[in-house]
Design a protein around this ligand. Structure first.
Ligand code: PLP
Length: 377
């Protein structure tokens, strides 16, 4: 087994894996499961600091993004796509599939969204039903200030869909304070449950928009409204993946045991120490500003390819980090220090493997990455 240090899927703790192997009831017919599901959703709402309902859907993080767009987009609706990264840009595809009209606010991929620039843009055009935004855009690692941006959009009466798949649980999120209408998350990133689940937190305003549509939601599987009355009606739109949900529940209990602020602090320390070590070593961070504590994105040094570095690190030193994709393909390396990955021990192994790899490839670093990391920790 490689030491998996990618920005998702992350490592899964043994008690989570074991929870998934326990015997299960019939999740459609057993009212105990409805209670268990509801309790799990309440934990999710509490952690994201909201009174909004949370729902767990069967499908990876992408399903949450698509479900949000499917559920609130009607043909011809104008939707603002806030694009400073690959996932940010990608939201436009979901909106278009459901016949929305997209307008993009594009900004530098090396920096977070500047709320003053966005305000200036909105002064000229704010006729949008909703806007889409990514918290941590993982292919480049940029972290956007969702609270400032979503409250700004709210002041123009624009609803918000936020993809925090790669940030939530490791970066602070307060849904109510930030006035986020649909927050999207996934099981395989910071919370460190196995892949397969998406979670959405949905405001009353968004539910009303779904209920008052003139046209039906053009999807069944991605229809969030189908979940609204699951408890009252004791009915799910499809059979819930009970083993996955049991795993998620234990991962949430692990999280609560460590404590929300402790987890965020752990990510902050690891993120900062990693960045410091990378900079001291002569490698270059991709971003100029807006670092997420869940992922570090490093430029591939000139004369080398991402493939060479990733393969050597994996095959010779047993550590798997990631390259990137879309417009970021080949340009960067990504270390996912999120969730169960974000420990001192894992990072020592990773820094060590990266340092040795660079030396092997004829790019010796200015300092020992591991020492620099530990000094900064
Ligand atoms: C991982 C991730 C997703 C979900 O992608 P999957 O392919 O379903 O894992 C969505 N948004 C962001 C920002 C992510 O990092």
């Amino acid at each position: 087994m490689y030491n998996i240090m990618t920005p998702g899927p992350t490592k899964v703790r043994e008690n989570v894996r074991l929870a998934r192997s326990t015997e299960t009831t019939n999740p459609d017919l057993d009212k105990e499961f409805y209670i268990y599901y509801k309790e799990t959703c309440t934990i999710l709402s509490d952690i994201m600091q909201t009174k909004n309902a949370a729902y767990i859907m069967a499908g990876e993080g992408i399903l949450g993004l698509e479900a949000a767009c499917a559920s609130i987009t009607e043909p011809g609706d104008r939707v603002l796509i806030i694009d400073n990264g690959v996932f940010g840009k990608g939201f436009a595809d979901f909106v278009k599939i459901y016949s929305g009209e997209t307008v993009s606010f594009v900004s530098d991929y090396e920096r977070p969204i500047d709320s003053q620039e966005l305000r200036a843009f909105l002064e000229k055009d704010s006729d949008f039903k909703y806007a889409t935004l990514v918290h941590c855009d993982t292919p480049s690692g940029v972290l956007n200030d969702i609270k400032t941006i979503c409250t700004l959009l709210d002041s123009y009466g624009i609803m918000t869909v936020v993809d925090s798949v790669a940030a939530m649980f490791g970066e602070y999120v307060n849904v109510d304070e930030s006035k986020i209408d649909i927050l999207c998350g996934g099981s395989q990133k910071v919370i460190s449950a196995p892949t397969g689940l998406t979670m959405v937190w949905v405001s009353d305003r968004a539910i009303k928009v779904m209920e008052n549509r003139k046209t039906p939601i053009a999807s069944f599987y991605a229809n969030i409204l189908n979940f609204k009355n699951y408890y009252k009606d004791q009915w799910f739109p499809y059979t819930m993946p009970i083993s996955d949900i049991k795993g998620l529940r234990i991962a949430l209990e692990n999280y609560l045991e460590e404590g929300n602020s402790n987890v965020i602090e752990r990510h902050k320390k690891i993120g900062e120490a990693t960045r410091k070590a990378v900079e001291q070593s002569g490698l270059e961070l991709y971003l100029k500003d807006g670092y997420s504590n869940t992922v570090t994105v490093i430029k591939v040094p000139e004369g080398l390819t991402d493939r060479q570095i990733l393969t050597t690190m994996r095959d010779k030193y047993n550590v798997m980090i990631a390259g990137s994709f879309d417009v970021m393909a080949g340009r960067v390396l990504r270390i996912g220090h999120m969730g169960e990955n974000a420990t001192r021990e894992n990072m020592i192994e990773t820094m060590n493997a990266l340092g040795r790899t660079m030396k092997d490839l004829g790019f010796p670093l200015k300092c020992d990455l591991t020492d620099a990391f530990l000094n900064a920790l």
